[in-house]
Design a protein around this ligand. Structure first.
Ligand code: P6P
Length: 338
């Protein structure tokens, strides 16, 4: 039997990093672990139980809600509501924040923001999808209903963030500000086992991930960067490799392990970028910085952007620091005409 260090043991072991949390954060991460197992089961057999395919309703993004989107949202919400530490959640699948009545009058001090099933349009074609979560201390008085300010906090105030990738294997990757750690799910024993301790992204890489179908309307600096990636310069390992799965968690995870950059700039359809600041860009930026990478909107650090709306979108450039720096240089050198 290989030397197993389970997620549960690891969380307890690292608890001393958070003496003030007295196990509350651990309990919260355990509820996410539980929901991940439940959703993983459903994702793994989506094709069989007709749980894939559009639910019919639309979320606030105007996107068809896939049945699994709704299922994952409900499972993560109920797993968190079952714990006394969480007073409310914000979700891509919820128009407004959701207060947990049970937590009111309790000592619940955390709020969670999540994309319960990112990349869900890939579900019915059997491509990897993921869950993304972000955890903050509430700033409104404990015991009272949450306020929108609890959720519109700067990304640099996050106390934990992570994702679950439902891929060829299912992994849970998270940070609490002490490095990034990955756990691979072993369904035969029903536990997440430590498989990637202290992940560090290569400073440079040769993989770029972008939907080049939007090329015509990209900012000029992005177009220049893509031509830079594609130029034949063997001594600099160029042309780079283009890899785009259409599922942020999958592209992000591969690039973090191998080195690379994910780009979602402004496009004709999404003039502010497509990805949502609060529950996609902020958690992924916290993770990548903890792994030694960088994340920006092309001009400023994602984690320093003051949120103004729950579902606001930002342009997103994330990955190996040298590559993010390069695209920022091109954006500065070739500014778009206002
Ligand atoms: P496009 C999925 O909807 C998502 O939010 C990310 O997971 C993914 O990287 C991106 O959008 C794909 O968007 O416009 O290229 O299909």
């Amino acid at each position: 039997m290989y030397n197993i260090r389970t997620l549960g043991e690891f969380i307890i072991e690292k608890q001393q990093d958070y003496p003030h949390a007295s196990g509350e954060l651990s309990s919260l991460l355990s509820s996410i672990r539980l929901a991940a197992k439940i959703v993983n089961k459903a994702v793994n057999k989506a094709g069989l139980v007709n749980i894939a395919g559009a639910f019919g309703s639309e979320n606030i993004q105007g996107e068809q809600q896939q049945k699994l989107d709704v299922y994952a949202n409900e499972k993560f919400k109920s797993a968190m509501a079952a714990r006394d530490q969480v007073c409310g959640v914000a979700s891509e699948e919820e128009n407004d924040v959701v207060d947990f009545e049970k937590a009111l009058g309790r000592n619940a001090k955390y709020v969670i923001l999540m994309d319960p099933l990112d990349g869900s349009s890939n579900i019915d074609v059997n491509v990897s999808v993921g869950t993304i979560f972000s955890i903050y201390h509430r700033i409104s008085p404990i015991g009272k209903p949450t306020t929108i300010e609890d959720f519109l906090q700067l990304g640099n105030k996050q106390i934990a963030a992570g994702y679950i990738i439902y891929g060829s294997s299912t992994m849970l990757v998270y940070t609490t500000g002490n490095g990034v750690h990955g756990f691979t799910y072993d369904p035969s024993i029903g536990v997440f086992c430590l498989s990637h301790e202290s992940i560090i992204i290569p400073q440079n890489g040769n993989i770029y991930s972008i939907n080049e179908g939007n090329y015509i309307k990209f900012p000029l600096g992005v177009k220049k960067y893509l031509k830079y990636c594609q130029k034949y310069v063997p001594d600099e390992n160029r042309p780079y490799i283009s890899r785009y799965i259409g599922s942020l968690v999958s592209d992000f995870h591969r690039n973090m392990l191998k080195g690379g950059i994910y780009l979602y700039p402004s496009t004709a359809v999404y003039p502010n970028g497509k990805l949502r600041l609060l529950y996609e860009c902020n958690p992924m930026s916290f993770i990548i910085e903890q792994a030694g990478g960088t994340a920006s909107d092309g001009r400023q650090r994602i984690l320093d952007i003051q949120p103004t709306e729950l579902h606001q979108r930002v342009p997103f450039f994330v990955g190996s620091p040298n590559m993010v720096d390069k695209v920022e240089t091109f954006l500065k050198q070739f500014p778009d005409q206002e």
